[in-house]
Write a protein that binds this ligand. Sequence first.
Ligand code: ZN
Length: 327
Amino acid sequence: MLKALLNEARLYLDITTKGPLLIKSGYATVIGADMAPVETYRSGQKEIYLPGSSLKGVFRSHIEKVVNSIKPQVACNPLSRPNDRDTRDDRKLYRPFCGNNFSDKTPPPPHEVYTKSCPTCRLFGSTLFGSRIAVEDAYLPAGSVGKASLIEHRDGIAIDRLTGGTGGGAKFDLEAVTEGTTFTTDIHLRNFEIWQLGMLFVIIQDMEDELIRLGSGRSRGLGKVKASINEQGVTLSAARRGKNEEPDNELWGLGHWLGEEAATYDTRRNDLLKLSPSVPHTKNGVRYTRIFKDKALNSLKIESIEAFVTRMQEWTPQTTTSSSQRS
Ligand SMILES: [Zn+2]
């Protein structure tokens, strides 16, 4: 949907390990075959990175819980399938997967898919449309690549002790990224509604507060990380017809950019934030770009998180067929 680019947000997120982060686990059954950092070789040197697709998956399942704790049955369970019996204990909290709302035969127009999708599918995508958020692989800063000290070997008995698990005391080797290692990922939103920017900030805030863990053995106390927005701040761009329509004291979300078409996408014409202090645009090719840091970033976070919470509280799932005047 919406091939035209209306607005964009971009930031770098630093993710620092606050304890060992497992790279390889000897026993998938003991540790859990969750997301793990991946080892690769670049220019002959061993390098570790956190796959962006896995980070995105962790962000998504975290925010699904947040959304449904604000209002039950707003976010779907993307793992549910049409004829599923109840398989999740928390089934009452989740809607069935949005992708199940449509038959495979005739794909509905994109605005209809968007309108009938839950908030998490609207940001993270579903089987029927691509996501509005891109999360790149998280790498170590240049210069630290190949440092052996980043990796420590732990024997599995230590993990067994931690889990109270299998016993038997069989030794197996585990490799872990050491505490205090910082990975950086690049996060990008396009054509976002203000509440979607807020949704991203909630994820980041929860990572700042060390509430989201990564890698294997999360439920056993491993994979503690702390994230923060890189000092370069958050870059927001407006791009339409090469002229700047967005005032310096406002931030327009998708709904406001769409104007008369806002309702077609179940967005709102008043989808905007008043900025205080205002942040001036700089012409950058066909885009108008602004960098939010410090005070401006802080109030952007607060205001957009507020918009997110309000929108989730007001959310009513669209189940009836909407008009199809646009495709
Ligand atoms: Zn959904």
